[in-house]
Design a protein around this ligand. Structure first.
Ligand SMILES: Nc1nc2c(ncn2[C@@H]2O[C@H](COP(=O)(O)OP(=O)(O)OP(=O)(O)O)[C@@H](O)[C@H]2O)c(=O)[nH]1
Ligand SMILES: [Mg+2]
Length: 419
């Protein structure tokens, strides 16, 4: 995989937006873009913003701005310019020719970070797929452009066309191969999930904006050592750990990749199998950084994702993290419910968090009455490992048990149910 930004590459970031967008939002996005550059290993040397009435088809931004950036590059010796908007193949090429530096867009930058972070076989495949999916339309753009430059229409063949067509075909083939490999990995993961389901272990998935503290929370909750860093997209590969809640059966918690505004759609498509981990979870834990000045917008992004993935019907607990550094009045402004205020750093609120998680599991269960004849009384021990037994009483030739159970468990133990 080609790295886009190299260590300490001098980078200029360009915020762009249409007049219809709020300037504050364009600037907020630009600050985030700077963080992304740092996460990729680059160094931001300058930034500039342009607000336009409409996009320029050949360079996205206006020609005056292009000249300004060209001068900024010459002055600072920057190697890379990152534009905070999707560029077409033609636009990148034109900008690069004009500015005399490598020009990339937000998607390419995010894909580059993902490429650097991917550790597992599956993660690497997913990133490679996302990069190919990102390149495809850019190739087509360049091809169409070469045709129109020659004044060609239907039936005319441009000189570079067959080479481009070859590249495209090769990329398409590669996409198919990677998708097949990913399907294999994903079916293995599905089997793991299936076996968890058979054993009926309730599952939680952590979702949230990048850097909100998902991994830190997992570590404190389960005593594990997942890498947690003050860095966007520190986590890529899903990690599942067991958690013991005071009241209720043991459960598992999965930590996955974080989300961000304007996440490239190719990435979402490529990371489908990682996202399935969240999709299959019984309960979603939405982690919000209560201390972030952009908290509300970050919540909107995640709630948008929840809608997009059709997860609205899932049970969701909102966890407001970083309570230790949040402005004191913030907690009174949030509307989500059920919710918990915690600090993964200090441990504040974890008792309440575990209680809320335990309650959520218990709510999924109903109390059933079961009868075990004397010859099968030993099975009650197995039952106690899978469900919470609320009452036991002797009956003729056996024992009556009351237990809290999920629908799947009820099916498994149906032979002992008292109708
Ligand atoms: N002050 C404070 N810092 C926290 C808290 N929780 C996490 N952090 C810090 O926030 C940063 C991000 O934490 P992570 O746990 O890596 O966040 P994440 O959501 O897993 O991030 P990605 O995997 O990059 O999406 C780290 O520097 C943590 O130390 C908290 O409760 N209080
Ligand atoms: Mg993480």
């Amino acid at each position: 995989m080609n790295k886009v930004i190299n260590e300490k590459d001098k980078t200029i970031v360009v915020g762009v937006g249409l007049k219809s967008e709020a300037l504050s939002e364009i600037k907020e996005n630009l600050c985030e873009l700077e963080e992304l550059v740092v996460a990729a290993g680059g160094e931001v040397v300058a930034s500039t913003v342009q607000v336009l009435p409409s996009w320029n088809p050949s360079t996205l931004i206006g020609s005056g701005k292009v000249q300004e950036i060209k001068e900024m590059v010459a002055e600072s010796g920057a190697q890379i310019v990152v534009i905070d908007h999707q560029l077409s193949g033609i636009q990148s090429r034109n900008l690069q020719e004009e500015i005399k530096a490598r020009v990339i867009d937000r998607s390419q930058l995010i894909l580059d970070i993902f490429a650097q972070r991917a550790r597992t076989y599956e993660g690497k495949l997913q990133v490679e797929l996302a990069q190919l999916l990102d390149q495809m339309p850019r190739m087509i753009g360049a091809w169409n452009d070469s045709l129109s430059r020659l004044g060609g229409g239907i039936g005319t063949r441009g000189p570079g066309e067959s080479a481009l067509e070859n590249d495209r075909r090769r990329a398409k083939d590669k996409i198919q191969i990677i998708k097949k490999k990913l399907d294999e990995v994903s079916s293995q993961r599905a089997q793991h999930r299936q076996s968890r389901k058979r054993n009926e272990i309730p599952s939680f998935a952590l979702i949230g904006y990048t850097n909100s503290g998902k991994s830190s929370l997992l570590n404190r909750l389960t005593g594990s050592q997942v890498v947690a860093k003050d860095m966007v997209f520190a986590t890529l590969d899903p990690t599942t750990r067991k958690v013991f809640l005071d009241d209720g059966p043991p459960a598992v918690v999965t930590d996955t990749v974080g989300f961000i505004r304007k996440l490239p759609t190719q990435l979402i498509e490529a990371f489908k199998s990682t996202l399935e981990e969240s999709a299959e979870a019984d309960i979603l834990l939405h982690i919000v950084d209560l201390s972030s000045p952009n908290m509300e917008r970050q919540v909107e992004v995640i709630e948008g994702m929840i809608k997009e993935f059709k997860w609205e019907d899932k049970k969701i607990i909102t966890i407001f993290n970083k309570f230790d550094v949040a402005p004191p009045d913030r907690q009174f402004k949030v509307k989500q419910f059920p919710r918990v205020f915690v600090s993964a750093l200090t441990g504040h609120g974890f008792e309440q968090l575990k209680k809320t998680m335990g309650d959520a599991i218990n709510e999924m269960q109903t109390e059933v009455e079961m009868y075990f004849p004397r010859t099968e009384e030993y099975k009650i021990y197995d039952l106690s490992r899978e469900a919470k037994i609320t009452k036991k009483e002797p009956a003729t030739e056996g024992i009556i048990c009351f237990a809290l159970m999920t629908p799947t468990l009820i099916t498994k133990w149906k032979d002992y149910l008292v109708k």
